[in-house]
Design a protein around this ligand. Structure first.
Ligand code: NAD
Length: 262
């Protein structure tokens, strides 16, 4: 449990992991605009996750290698964690799920309100359009992005597989090359485009014979993710230990079957 007193009227004290990075700077800029609501109390660098007792909540946008030590430090200090880092391995994701039994964690591939609405729309469209529509996810990001596919694209594929009831039989094809043959019924295609300074674009394509539907989200500024992460931090303080995502924060979860999986 989080032992911090409720922040009350004072600003929420945030410990920021990855503070010098692109997202860290965007979070600083957003927090500065609302000094009554947020204070960046601690900027944490590599391998130094001490001093968490000064914060109400930790926000981490850094790299997957930081996640295990950050989880351990948050669990030891009893601090809730907003985790925005993407690109984790299956075992790193298991570590996040295990830590969420001790501390509350919001772990989201994307903190923007628009993308979480896209998640909701994708789930509804997949259910309504039915199994004859082929499913493809196309994402575009800036040239410096390290992981592919994006965490958001992975989550979209997961949502499509859940909505189709494909479970583990879903065949996620990230990129196609050579004589790959015709599409299979369980196939969900994924394509990662990299270039320039694109902040983030995601398209979900539903294609049948004679018609297709496309749901598109374009982020033009990192502050949309930063504002969402700060909103998630304020929402998280005082919650029970569990693994939450941004759809929980925004109240977009429509049925228990829509739950977050790792
Ligand atoms: P960046 O490379 O600009 O910044 C990363 C920062 O993390 C740097 O300051 C770096 O020094 C620090 N860092 C790296 N390894 C570390 C470690 N082991 N311990 C502590 N700090 C470490 O990257 P960015 O564009 O700011 O993105 C950071 C992460 O956030 C990436 O995983 C990215 O995919 C993710 N991201 C998530 C969302 C979302 O909404 N969930 C949005 C944008 C980016």
């Amino acid at each position: 449990m989080n032992p911090s007193p409720p922040p009350g009227k004072r600003p929420l004290r945030v410990a920021l992991v990855g503070a010098p990075g692109r997202m860290g700077q965007a979070i600083e800029a957003c927090a500065k605009r609302e000094p009554d609501a947020y204070e960046i109390a601690l900027r944490l660098g590599r391998e130094d996750f001490t001093g968490l007792e000064r914060a109400d909540v930790v926000i981490d946008f850094s790299a997957p290698a930081a996640t295990a030590p950050v989880l351990a430090a948050c669990a030891a200090a009893g601090k809730p964690l907003v985790l925005g880092t993407t690109g984790h391995s299956a075992s790193e994701r298991e570590g996040i799920a295990a830590a969420s039994r001790m501390i509350p964690i919001v772990f989201a591939a994307n903190f923007s309100v628009g993308v979480n609405t896209l998640f909701w729309l994708t789930r509804q469209a997949a259910r309504m359009l039915g199994p004859t529509f082929d499913l493809e996810v196309i994402e575009t990001h800036h040239r410096l992005k390290k992981d592919a596919p994006s965490g958001t694209a992975r989550r979209l594929v997961e949502i499509l597989a859940e909505a189709r009831g494909l479970g583990d039989s879903a065949d996620a094809r990230h990129g196609r090359e050579g004589l790959v043959g015709a599409r299979t019924a369980g196939e969900i295609g994924g394509h990662a485009v990299r270039g320039g300074d694109v902040v983030g674009e995601h398209t979900v394509l539903f294609a049948d014979l004679g018609e297709r539907v496309e749901l598109v989200h374009r982020a033009t500024n990192r502050e949309t993710f930063a504002a969402g992460a700060l909103r998630a931090a304020a929402w998280l303080v005082g919650r029970s230990p569990a693994l939450y995502d941004m759809e929980d924060v925004l109240g977009l979860r429509s049925t228990p079957a829509d739950g977050h999986s790792l």
